[in-house]
Design a protein around this ligand. Sequence first.
Ligand SMILES: Cc1cc2nc3c(=O)[nH]c(=O)nc-3n(C[C@H](O)[C@H](O)[C@H](O)COP(=O)(O)O)c2cc1C
Length: 164
Amino acid sequence: MKTLIAYSSKHGCTETCTRLLSDCLEGEVERVNLKEESEVNLSTYDTVVIGSPIYAGRILDDVRSFTEENMDALMQKNLGLFICGMQEEHTIREELELNYPAVLRKSAVVTDCFGGEYHFDTMNFMEKMIIKKVAKVKEDVSDIREETIQEFANKLNAVEPIGS
Ligand SMILES: Cc1cc2nc3c(=O)[nH]c(=O)nc-3n(C[C@H](O)[C@H](O)[C@H](O)COP(=O)(O)O)c2cc1C
């Protein structure tokens, strides 16, 4: 089984999550940062995982474009969708639903939120201000849900490779 994890990340948390996820997945796993590579040939993968952080309620544009441009091919794969975000549970569930098209969510093997992080040293002035004012957080926070990542991987590990 060959898996692609296609993701984007502004401050590194989603990238960390893709590394943790690839350690939990069986078979060959490749990771592609869509900021660096937007054209990806999906034909050689059985499984595709797409991941993005949420900023102001939205996934990153390069992830949005990737899902829109590859919709038909993605529907033929064992698909996993995740987001990283720091909102409370019901909001993060809504963010997941609003940001990935319903057809993809319905055909996905698994969808989930892997938690998130605030690292002030990587934020610009505006971001620091927003997080201090809106989230009322002043110090770094790391809330990556490693158990969720393991369960997400378990579900993908349990499906048959495409065409078998
Ligand atoms: C300016 C700003 C806006 C954010 N907006 C949201 C949001 O709307 N919803 C959410 O769940 N998390 C939000 N977050 C939290 C990020 O999704 C979280 O920090 C995530 O781990 C970032 O991932 P990255 O390091 O891969 O970019 C925001 C963070 C920042 C700095």
